[in-house]
Design a protein around this ligand. Structure first.
Ligand code: SAH
Ligand code: SF4
Ligand code: F3S
Length: 466
């Protein structure tokens, strides 16, 4: 009998690529492939790429160079290795990939993963295949359900895409071009997905979308539901103890979302709310369509609804024309909001985006210097936030065995990793942990009380233990 063909996927970029990688595995396992952890013994290697910054997208070509060597070596041993490029670089630079790297068999954009089997078959008979047109149908209607074993192997926390694409067109960003127009999935499909995940051991769901709070999928009542309403419905599904969502846009923070944070204990009080800059001049040039004060007001609305809420964000330093005064406004905003953590990036001009045409650029040296200052400020806020947990008792959802023997690791409401010595049967449960120490970014603690019984208790509100 033939050995099953082995598949390896390497993902770059955002959470949606992580989720899409699982969908591609689901498509290909239904075709008889099995997943392998290493590219070396794979018969099919998929690079799931990211185009967001130059560094991310250039990585693809060096990866492909290495894969080509491996493919040639395998061919000498009489073994056929296929190479697929998926993700946002595939969408943006499909033709160029085909031209630059003859070893690539298939190029497939993010909206066409349900066509992977046909594309692979086409490549076999015609040499190569490329699909970067946006199909008319919604791929989610055609992607197979993950098997029970696949869900169980993926652990107790899962992403679910509820919205994809973006209509915002920030002047620096490729996403509206690579992921296409904003589309929301219908409520019933999402509910079915979450039920299946919960039935197979998943306890935490993170709803993902490029602009997840712009969600407006059709509800069972025939009306569009906002994200807050969807979250409220998902919170009633047995087994689901934690809900999160990412990434939000400040413009789309509506009352339903604020009310969800007020009313749903399962909705974690940790919001990723990118602002990019604290300068109104830069925000306008970025086409963010909101001011720094609009952002401050959005944060205040969340804080009023849920006192223990914390925020993370994304920042771009060195956007074309950013002055020292603009940058100072960013530092002032960060100081005022006080983040639990944040990502900051040097501006990277992307082909085809309006900002790439602006001539008034910021020098590399100035960008480096500003990034350093911003990261120092964010790091100090993150450290203070983590240190504040010491001596408190917090709820932790336990996920898996840690590297150190006997230790189990989970996450707090704020996604801080927390380690305790405990038996593995606590995995999948939310338990109060007394935090005693902080080691780099990890909290160390002890279970508050000896736990018995297999049932996961309802998540309680975070207590300060004071
Ligand atoms: N949809 C999300 C984020 C998408 S990309 C939002 O609207 O905020 C993730 C982050 O990458 C962005 O928040 C931004 O900080 C950063 N980013 C996007 N394009 C970039 C570019 N051209 N250069 C540097 N950073 C960029
Ligand atoms: Fe990109 Fe802006 Fe859309 Fe976010 S909102 S994906 S930054 S265009
Ligand atoms: Fe990258 Fe595409 Fe995600 S550009 S950040 S993989 S949407």
């Amino acid at each position: 009998m033939d050995q099953p063909r082995k598949l390896h996927i390497k993902s770059f970029g955002c959470q949606m690529n992580v989720y899409d990688a699982q969908r591609m595995v689901d498509v290909l396992t239904s075709q008889g492939f099995v997943e392998t952890a290493s590219a070396d013994d794979a018969d099919l290697v998929i690079l799931n790429t990211c185009h967001i910054r130059e560094k991310a997208s250039e990585k693809v070509y060096s990866e492909l160079g290495r894969l080509r060597v491996a493919k040639d070596e395998a061919a000498r041993d009489g073994r056929r290795v296929e190479i697929v490029v998926a993700g946002c670089v595939a969408q943006a630079e499909g033709q160029e990939i085909i031209r630059r790297q003859p070893a690539v068999d298939v190029v497939v954009g993010p909206q066409s993963y349900h066509h992977l089997p046909q594309l692979l078959a086409h490549a076999k008979t015609h040499g190569r295949a490329l699909e970067t047109e946006f199909p008319v149908e919604d791929k989610f209607g055609f992607l197979p359900e993950p098997s029970r074993d696949a869900i169980r192997a993926r652990g107790i926390s899962s992403f679910v895409t509820v919205q994809e694409g973006c209509d915002k067109f920030c002047t620096f960003c490729v996403v509206p071009y690579t992921r296409g127009a904003e589309v929301s999935r219908p409520v019933t499909k999402i509910v079915d997905d979450v039920k299946r995940l919960a039935d197979n051991g998943v306890r935490e769901i993170t709803l993902i979308g490029q602009n997840v709070n712009a969600y407006h999928g059709d509800g069972p009542d025939g009306r569009p539901w906002p994200l807050g309403r969807l979250l409220g419905h998902l919170a009633t599904i047995p087994g689901i103890v934690r809900l999160r969502y990412s990434t939000s846009h400040p413009l789309d923070v509506d009352d339903s979302l604020i009310e969800a944070h007020r009313d749903l204990p399962a909705l974690m009080p940790f919001v990723h709310l990118p602002v990019q800059s604290g300068s109104d001049r830069v925000l306008a040039a970025m086409n963010r369509k909101h001011s720094a004060d609009d952002y401050r007001r959005a944060v205040e609305r969340f804080r009023k609804a849920r006192q223990d809420i914390a925020f993370s964000s994304d920042f771009i330093v060195g956007f074309p024309g950013e002055s020292e005064q603009d940058f100072a406004a960013t530092l002032a905003l960060v100081t005022q909001i006080s983040y639990a953590g944040a990502y900051s990036f040097k501006y990277s001009p992307r082909p085809g985006t309006p900002a790439a045409e602006i001539r008034e650029t910021v020098s590399a040296a100035v960008m480096d210097e500003r990034l350093g200052r911003l990261q120092q400020l964010i790091d100090s806020q993150q450290s203070a936030f983590n240190l504040a947990a010491i001596g408190t008792t917090v709820d932790v959802l336990f996920e898996r065995a840690a590297r150190n023997e006997g230790q189990i690791v989970g996450r707090t409401a704020y996604l801080q990793p927390a380690h305790v010595m405990a038996p593995p049967d606590i995995i999948g449960r939310v338990l109060p942990v007394r935090i005693e120490n902080l080691e780099r970014y990890s909290l160390l603690g002890t279970l508050d009380a000896p736990q018995t019984g297999p049932e996961s208790p309802a998540p309680s509100a975070m207590s300060t233990g004071a």
